[in-house]
Ligand binder design. Structure first.
Ligand code: EPZ
Length: 435
């Protein structure tokens, strides 16, 4: 297992280009299975999660070719309705295969899911929705087995999600585009990555629209065709670099960062006193002399993303006073703060809702609010990365800490950040891969 050796103190400057969004590209690779014709995606990041997804598509019999940042999927030769155990617990993508497999084979077998360890992450919304569309699904020996009765196909219906789940919304979309009739997803997720998936599906021949009050309306069609589509830039990667730049960047240009997809992040940056400038093809972020404390609550889009929380908490460890962050999307996404405290941060995690948003974790004994007292100088440490987004906040911690930190578990970061070492080095960070 390799490690990263990071020596803190170097100022970051220059330009970093943001890669394509992990959480759009992986879903769009799956969408390509809905047609026999080739689908070409460009700006596909070369990261662990796209590699696993491509391997999974190939194992199902699809032809997948990568040339630079372009990936072409041709699914006409697909042979298997089963995602094997080998893909179990690697990421969250297999569950999205229900739609493509059921519409092609009328059956699907999918193993239990992996992904970051940030809460229970059940898939009950997914299963209830697919069942209401006519799929019979049982779970046995760690596998979900789904079937559509003989002579039937998935049928459109009205699905009211208990919470605007990203994955459940995508799963229903992927099933609904080839279902019989109209599917309405109420209380749906409307993240930019989902809009990007909808754009690809429409290019493939789907009839799909975003209606009022977070509702998607999908009119099933009989067949989809090939298409070409450019994956949107990764707004989580962009925010991660912006947080690093605010702490240690003299002037960092984050090329391809999309202002429109990051409004609430940029508002939060401004509130804490970080200066940024919007440019035609990116956002420039300047180091803040003084960071002001703030209060913040994560939420579904268009709120402040749960995936921005970790680099932002890192930023708040250097704010001048007490900040409060209320995590309302996941029940257990502050586990990573312990390692920051070991480096000198002062973060306490609480079970109470420390915010005003309606939150599913009220009175549930879940550690989902954090109080951050800053500024605290950090010292280098030996750290093991527990999950993807926590991983980036550890990189930032090491970049501002006194001394050389040794970081293991970098495969978590490589699941979601393309060329992270080269990108940070390009900005002037002192970072080396070691044993
Ligand atoms: C996606 O996860 C992202 N992953 C996550 O990013 C992201 O944090 C999350 O959306 C929220 O934006 C991918 O796109 C691969 P959800 P997903 O379904 O779809 C609960 C990263 O670092 N829920 O929107 O799995 C669930 O437990 C990752 O890139 C149910 O209760 O998230 C959570 O509390 C981490 N039952 C909330 O909803 C269900 O059936 C939101 O989850 C489904 C979800």
């Amino acid at each position: 297992m390799s490690t990263l050796h990071i020596t803190g103190g170097a100022r970051l400057s220059g330009e970093v280009r943001i890669s394509g969004a992990k959480n759009a590209a992986t879903k769009e690779l799956v969408a390509a299975l809905l047609t026999d014709e080739p689908v070409t995606l460009t700006n596909v990041p070369d990261i662990g999660d796209t590699a696993v997804t491509i391997d999974m598509l190939r194992a199902l019999g699809a032809l997948v070719e990568r040339r630079g940042d372009a990936v072409t999927v041709t699914a006409s030769g697909m042979t298997s309705p089963e995602v094997t155990e080998a893909f179990s617990r690697k990421n969250r993508i297999p569950i999205l295969l229900f739609g493509p497999l059921l519409s092609r084979f009328r059956e699907a077998r999918i193993p239990a899911l992996g992904g970051c360890n940030i809460g229970a992450r059940p898939v009950d919304f997914h299963l209830a929705a697919l069942r209401s569309m006519g799929a019979d699904i049982v779970c046995a020996n760690g596998m979900y087995e789904a079937r559509i009765p003989e002579g039937k196909r998935l049928k459109g219906t009205v699905i009211d999600l208990p919470f605007p789940s990203v994955g459940a919304t995508e799963n229903i979309m992927l099933a609904a585009v080839l279902a019989k009739g109209i599917t309405t997803i109420q209380n749906a997720a409307i993240e930019p990555e989902i809009l990007d998936l909808a754009k690809l599906l429409q290019s493939m021949g789907a009839i799909i629209s975003l209606d009022v009050n977070r509702s998607w309306v999908i009119e099933g069609v009989d067949v989809l065709h090939g298409a070409s589509h450019r994956v949107i830039p990764d707004r989580i990667e962009a925010a991660s670099f912006a947080a690093a730049a605010a702490l240690i960047g003299s002037d960092v240009r984050i090329r391809d960062a999309e202002q429109g997809d990051m409004l609430s992040f940029l508002n939060a940056l401004r509130r804490v006193g970080v200066r940024f400038e919007i440019e035609a093809d990116g956002i420039r972020v300047f180091r803040a002399e003084t960071i002001k404390p703030t209060t913040l609550e994560t939420d579904v889009h268009p709120g402040f993303m749960t995936d921005w929380q970790q680099p932002f908490v890192m930023l708040l460890t250097q704010a001048n006073g007490v900040s409060i962050v209320h995590e309302t999307v996941y029940e257990n996404r502050f586990g990573y703060t312990e390692a920051l405290n070991n480096m000198g941060a002062n973060i306490t995690v609480h079970q109470k809702c420390l915010g005003e948003k309606a939150c599913r974790y009220k009175h549930r004994n879940e550690p989902h609010s954090a109080v951050i007292v800053g500024p605290t100088p950090l010292h280098a440490a030996v750290i093991d990365i527990p999950d993807l987004r926590a991983g980036f906040s550890y990189l930032i911690a090491a970049l501002i800490a006194d001394g050389t930190s040794v970081i293991s578990g970098i495969e978590h970061i490589e699941r979601g950040y393309e060329n992270i070492i080269e990108k940070l080095k390009g900005l002037g960070a002192k970072i080396e891969k070691g044993e």
